[in-house]
Design a protein around this ligand. Structure first.
Ligand code: GN1
Ligand code: MG
Length: 379
């Protein structure tokens, strides 16, 4: 703990460090809440150790965070009341280290960074109901809207291959081939392998859409799961999306798929009750209504076409990533026990099944949000 206090003290903050506690439930980085001896408003900040096995060039994350923060603050400063919707919107600030850098490398070459704490708000691990779902959708649409006019060449690629499902499938095949898993798999792993085998052809749906020019590369968040959406403690409104490590050029569909797979499973990613996992279509409607209330300005007809596929794909992809990591021996996602990532994969695959069962209903919800096609998009 002394070491953590010393590291926290490397960042320019508002007073002496009193306490450093573990914080949140991230699967990749280590997160701590730092308490300072200072007036109430700035008593806390977030200290994180970036996992360099995942992020090989963590400096790039900080370059993107700076670019994003500058861009969004500029946008916010010229918004009128109507655009602001009577809400506050917060972008976490990066704190400088004592030597003026946006990060600190300790003598063991660990990479640390400090960001402001979004106070008077809570990130929930599971959806609490329809209005929470609508707020989550609003938050993602608001975030996308605020960065939609950022040039993609202003953003670095912080995690090469992230959300490129065919590449995850390629890695899975390598892992499977490297070892003698096939013979030695237990029933759950066998089920996962069969599950993947049946859906291989589908894995390229979004990459194909990208290659065909149907979906443009845009700035995206990368990880808008429910735990990253901050809800104001007093108004119950969404006021921020945190965890900006994977902001980079990509598809907004990766984000929409990720937000829906996370928010429409009210049992959560870690539930022990796999049999009861289902995709809740009423939550899906709420999320899309919140999203569309603010994203319509940049959303195209083609974008609607791929919504169902993106929900199914990103859920499948996360299951595949968890399963591959299980086969590799838990080298990417933190695991509390040997079968943890296998269990997580089973949850996501159960969710995929439920999404597939509700395909008609989900497509109908999307159709209800689709606006009449403007003349400019009629071919
Ligand atoms: C990881 O570390 P965390 O919990 O913010 C992962 C996401 C997954 C998520 C599943 C960089 O996010 O892609 O959707 O776990 N982040 C990375 O909970 O791989
Ligand atoms: Mg994350």
């Amino acid at each position: 703990m002394d070491k953590l206090i010393q590291i926290a003290e490397q960042f320019n903050t508002n007073g002496p460090v009193v306490k450093v506690q573990e914080y949140g439930t991230g699967n990749v980085n280590d997160t701590y809440l730092v308490t300072l001896d200072s007036p109430d408003s700035a008593r806390h900040f977030i200290l994180q150790r970036i996992n360099q096995r995942v992020f090989h060039k963590p400096e790039l994350i900080m370059v993107n965070m700076r670019a994003l923060s500058e861009h969004v603050h500029r946008r916010l400063s010229v918004e009128n009341d109507e655009q602001r919707n009577g809400r506050r919107w917060v972008v976490p600030r990066v704190y400088s280290s004592r030597d003026g850098q946006s990060y600190f490398r300790d003598p063991d070459n660990e990479f640390w960074r400090a960001i402001s704490f979004v106070d008077r708000s809570t990130a929930y691990a599971r959806i609490r109901g329809g209005s929470h779902a609508r707020e989550a959708g609003y938050a993602l649409g608001r975030f996308h809207g605020l960065i939609s006019d950022m040039q993609i060449d202003q953003l670095q690629d912080t995690l090469v291959g992230f959300h490129i499902t065919p590449q995850y499938l390629g890695r899975y095949d390598e892992v499977l081939a490297q070892d003698h898993h096939e013979g030695g798999m237990n029933a759950d792993a066998r089920h996962c392998a069969d599950f993947v085998a049946k859906r291989r052809a589908f894995a390229s749906v979004l990459e194909d859409a990208k290659a065909a020019g149907d979906l443009p590369i845009r700035p995206m968040h990368g990880d808008p799961k429910i735990d990253n959406i901050m809800i104001d403690d007093h108004t119950d409104q969404a006021i921020s999306i945190i965890d900006l490590d994977t902001v980079k050029p990509g598809l907004v569909h990766y984000d929409i798929g990720d937000c829906l797979r996370s928010c429409c499973n009210s049992l959560g990613e870690e539930t022990p009750d796999i049999a009861s996992v289902k995709f809740e279509t009423d939550m899906c409607r709420e999320i899309l209504s919140g999203y569309m209330s603010t994203a319509r300005e940049f959303f195209t007809q083609k974008d609607y076409d791929y919504l169902y596929d993106s929900i199914r794909l990103i859920t499948f992809e996360l299951g595949l990533r968890f399963f591959t990591d299980h086969l590799e021996g838990n080298v990417y996602f933190k695991a509390r026990h040997r079968e943890h990532n296998l269990h997580r994969a089973l949850v996501q695959f159960k969710l995929v099944e439920s999404i597939e069962e509700h395909e008609g209903e989900i497509r109908k919800i999307v159709a209800d949000f689709r606006q009449p096609m403007p003349a400019s998009q009629l071919s």
